[in-house]
Design a protein around this ligand. Structure first.
Ligand code: FE2
Ligand code: FE2
Length: 169
């Protein structure tokens, strides 16, 4: 198995990352890239393209942790994912508003909450002069936050969009 964290400066962090039974440890066990799942297709080409990109970005974060990449590169990659998240949420907010999604308000609230969560994580990562195991685990939590929203919240509007695109008379 590939090293989980860089050999230096935190060698003691490596073994625990894939052995913990708690939430961060459980997340860290899954360092494999997450494949695109057909169930995630919403039918809106722009949304689907952005979702695919976000999963790629989140996978890139995991790949860097798995390969023991440089901390600076990891922070940059996490920032890129965050920036694309901001763009995507703006796209999705506009699509849901234009199609009069009934749960629009709750959905944009979820977007705001997630961005706050991601921003907090990235701020913690940016402030780490010497990252500890916790910082590496924080980076690994980003993909879960994103995928959880895709599966829990975004799939809810899928049938709405399908109906809106071809409403029955
Ligand atoms: Fe969303
Ligand atoms: Fe989305």
């Amino acid at each position: 198995m590939a090293p989980l964290v860089p050999k230096a400066p935190a060698p003691s962090a490596a073994p625990a990352l894939d052995q913990g039974a708690d939430q961060p440890g459980a997340q860290a066990r899954s360092l494999e890239p997450l494949p695109w799942l057909p169930v995630l297709e919403t039918g809106n080409a722009t949304v689907d393209r952005e979702h695919r990109q976000l999963i790629e970005d989140a996978n890139a974060v995991h790949a860097l942790v798995g390969a023991g990449g440089s901390w600076g590169e990891l922070v940059e990659t996490a920032r890129l994912m965050r920036d694309r998240c901001v763009e995507h949420f703006a796209t999705e907010d506009a699509v849901l508003k234009a199609t009069r999604y009934p749960d629009y308000t709750r959905h944009i609230r979820a977007h705001r909450r997630i961005l706050t969560e991601i921003d907090t994580i990235i701020a913690d990562m940016e402030s780490a002069a010497e990252p500890t195991r916790l910082h590496w685990e924080l980076a690994l939590s980003l993909r879960g936050i994103l995928v959880d929203h895709l599966l829990r919240d975004d799939l809810r509007y899928k049938s709405h969009l399908m109906y809106y695109d071809s409403p029955r008379s």
